[in-house]
Design a protein around this ligand. Structure first.
Ligand SMILES: [Zn+2]
Length: 200
């Protein structure tokens, strides 16, 4: 109803997709986002990512909280692209699609710390050279950044190095492109019959 505002709405179900709105109140407003085109772009892209990944009518409280904290940090002036990339990394982790970054997804060989590694989104993470490597290289700094972002709830207040931003952006884009196949493979491998049913 209004962009970048956290609202509390009470409604009763109506016919089909329509609902009868009974009461609306504003909980929080993130209006400072509107002062920066870059922040508006990042906020729009983040909400689109969430809409795409979270099915309708399925509550995802952790995603909701992450989205609110993302909007709050953009409102407070966090660097927009870093905030958006962080949100994408966390959404993947919360929804169970975090890539494997500490060892090879194929042979399980542990990645030496402070080394760069080949990344293959379609296979779900790092692929060592002996197993054929991946299409993209993630530097040690990018790998460290990814792991830190994934395990904290705060959003970046400072800009990242250009190389980290570029590598993480490319890896996330690859993950996004291969998301459909990863979804089917991981969810069916997860011994959860209900997922299979829903995907077919
Ligand atoms: Zn390997």
């Amino acid at each position: 109803m209004q962009p970048y505002v956290l609202m509390n709405a009470q409604f009763r179900p109506g016919r089909g997709e329509l609902a009868h709105l009974e009461q609306v109140s504003v909980d929080r407003s993130f209006h400072a986002i509107l002062r920066s085109l870059e922040a508006i772009g990042a906020a729009g892209a983040a909400l689109a990512v969430i809409r795409e990944r979270v099915p309708d009518y399925e509550p995802e409280p952790a995603i909701f909280d992450t989205a609110v904290s993302f909007l709050a940090s953009l409102n407070d002036g966090a660097p927009p692209e870093e905030a958006l990339l962080s949100l994408q990394i966390r959404a993947l982790a919360i929804l169970g699609f975090a890539p494997m970054l500490d060892r090879c997804v194929l042979c399980g060989k542990t990645l030496a710390a402070s080394r760069s590694a080949s990344f293959d989104a379609a296979r779900g993470g790092i692929v060592c050279r002996a197993c054929g490597g991946g299409r993209l290289v993630l530097s040690a700094a990018s790998l460290r950044r990814w792991v830190v972002v994934q395990s904290t709830s705060a959003f970046a207040e400072e800009a990242w190095a250009d190389r980290e931003r570029e590598e993480i952006r490319d890896a996330l884009a690859q993950l996004d492109a291969s998301h459909a196949t990863v979804t089917v493979r991981e969810r069916t491998a997860g011994a959860s019959g209900s997922w299979e049913g829903r995907l077919s």
